[in-house]
Each structure stands twice: as structure tokens, then as C-alpha cells.
Ligand binder design. Sequence first.
Ligand code: S3P
Length: 428
Amino acid sequence: MDKTIKPIESIRGEIEVPGDKSISHRAVFLGGISRGKTEAHNFLEAEDCLHSVSAFRAMGIEISLKEKTIIINGAGLRGLKKPEKALYLGNSGTTMRILPGILAGQNFEATLTGDESLNKRPMARIVEPLSKMGVSISSRDARGLPPLVVKGGPVKPVEYDTKAASAQVKSCVLFAGLYPAGETVLREACQSRDHTERMLEFFGAQIKKEKLFTKVNGNQELNGRDFFIPGDISSAAFFMVAACMLEGSDITIREVGLNPTRMGLADVLESMGADIQIKRAKKAIEPYGDIRIRFAPLKGTTVEKEKIPLLIDEIPVLAVLAASAEGETCIKGAGELRVKETDRIFSISENLKRLGAEITSRGENLIIKGSGRRFRKSRLESFADHRTAMAMSVAALLADGECTIKNIDCVNTSFPGFFDMLGYLKKV
Ligand code: S3P
């Protein structure tokens, strides 16, 4: 389906965005391999997380999901059952990259496959550390493309340095590290999101975090837990940017995740001059609170490479904002965008050019010359990538006429209801 969006003056109102995607996946992973019941509230009922649910159901785990509450009857660390057929994971890179760490410790072989986009994404980054841990894992070809075949068995602890900062790779290794007796040590070049570490600790794993090091001691059972999944800051990002761009806007996003390893966009917006306030902040296993954003004129900025993992999923919409701000923005070291749901350096560049913005990519860097003006009305492409579709919908709000975004069904990957929420904020 295509979507035509009319430009508007401002957005106003209070919203709650759906639950965090990364935390929802991990609720299923941890709940499935813990002993007893896990109950998580505000679970994200979007396609990606539902693929994690169906994979665990296919491995014998009883899961009920009603009105955003997920209840999982865990089978213990080694209690998963051999699925009858290949596990189909749709578009979910998080499931494809983390689940093999759990399959490593089971006593069966399983095949993991995905949609056209997922089956083109590189998995060598997890095949390498798992192979070092003695896990039998093979991919379709030498580039490590899915389908992956993982044969569970004895796992060896490892000391491993991740090449690119990746929470998915880190999580895969930490989950595999739950199986052998002894310590698995993971070192990152720079900090990536730490949901796995927080949740492993909460579920009772023996884990130590020291800045860029994480150490986990295996062979300990985990216990099911109850918790609240905050709203996804990566989904909130689209409205945060829209409010920053549209004069007269004033919005509040309630109960959204404030985990410092996910706050990169808020920091960058502040460095551009945004008016952001955090209210009613609550400490919890995953901290959350309300974010209020009001329009303020913004100027360009520089985002350094080590900050990229803290806002990796927000770069498409940040690029839209940069194009509307005054002055130049340079986003450094964003090469990982080439291997997301689509090549996002290409999709951002192509769409922003159609909108009349000046953008160049040099190696891993994106340079955007902000015009401080409205965008040119145009036909935009989602490239079947949820975040590209939503980022371009935000750009359309600031165009000088109607924009059409092609193929927007992909928003269901992470944010069903996105267009309804946008419509609500326009009317308030
Ligand atoms: C995720 C980590 C990030 C992010 C993805 C979700 C996670 O990927 O882009 O949407 O839940 O661990 P990388 O770890 O590849 O950076």
C-alpha cells in the first residue's frame, strides 16, 4: 500500500508509543529459557517480536499474549524442543542474530530462515564467535547469509572482542555463555545497548559489567520474572523529530524508555538546540519516563562514530531533521547502516535528494546541508524498510505539498498504529 501525506503546521498532544522492540524480543528469549513464569507488560505486538514468539512456540514453549501482556512458561536453560520445520523469522534480524546463542546450548539441530531482506543480511559476525565457542553453525555461503543451521551441543567459554559495536552480536555471545561452566568475557569497541546485560542480571544470571567488558558465568539456571516494557524510544523518535521540525509543536510521549544506551538521539537533538524535558523519570530494570518536546529552531551538528550505536536506528529520521535545520550536519562512522533492513545510506540519500535536500556520503560518513526550508513535494520510497517508511512520513509533514510514500505496510515490523498516532497528533 502507498500513503499520501499532506504537510501540516504543527503537532500537539500526549501519546504513548508501543513497547520497546529490543526488550520485547529479550522478554521472549529470557522467559523461554528461565524456570517458571515470566510476565511482561506492554509487549510490542509487531511482526518482528511475533516472529520471536512463534519461534519459541515452535520449540515447545507455552506463551499467551493478550492485551499487550505476554506470559511465558519457561522450560529452563536446556528445555527447548526440536522444531518440526525451519524457524521462519520474517524480517527480524534481532531474532536471527541472538537466537543462535540460545540454540547453541540445546540438544537438537534447527534451521533459521527469513524474508528476502533478512536472508541477505550478514551473519558471519555471529558465526565467528559461536564457532570459537565450539558451536556447530553453518550459513548458506561463505558470507554468512541465512538460512543458518545451528546444532546444539557442548559450548566452550570464550574471550571475545566484537569488531563492530553490536548489541545483537554481544547478546548472542552472552546467551551462548550461559551454557558452559566458566566465564565468557565480551569486550566491545564502544558501548551498544545493554538490555541483555540488565535483563540477564534481573533473571538471576551471574553477570558483571565493567564499561566495555561484560563477563557471564554459565551453567546457572535463570528464574522467570514480572516486569514492564517501556515505550520504544526508537518509535518515539519519529514524533520527537516531527515536533522539533514543525513550528508551534508541543508533544509529550509518556512512559518511554530512558535507558542511557538508547538516548543518543535526545543528546544529538539537544546539541542542535532542541527543547526537551524529561518528566516523571522512574528507576526500574529498564528506566522510563515522559519526554516533552517543543519546537525550537535547530542548527547542524556533528555525530561522532562512538555515539552511533546509541542512535543507530534513529539515523534515517535524524537525517530528515538535519536536512531541515540550519547549517551542516556530519554523521560519522555510520557504515553499519549499509546492512540494516535495507542499505539505509542509499535509502536516506535517495529520498532526501528527491525532497530537494543536499546530502553526500563519503565512505562511512553522511554529510547533510540543512536548508532551513520546507522540502519539495515528491514520491518517496520505503524500500520495504519500516524505519525508512516512517522517517519519510515525518519528512512529508514539512513538504511544500503532498508526498506519497510507496509500500508502507512494512511499518508493521516495529510500529503498527504509526499512522493513526500521527493522525491523532495532527488533530489535537
Ligand atoms: C538491536 C540492536 C541493533 C539495532 C536493532 C536492534 C537489538 O542492531 O539496530 O534494531 O535489539 O539488539 P546491531 O546490534 O546490529 O547494531
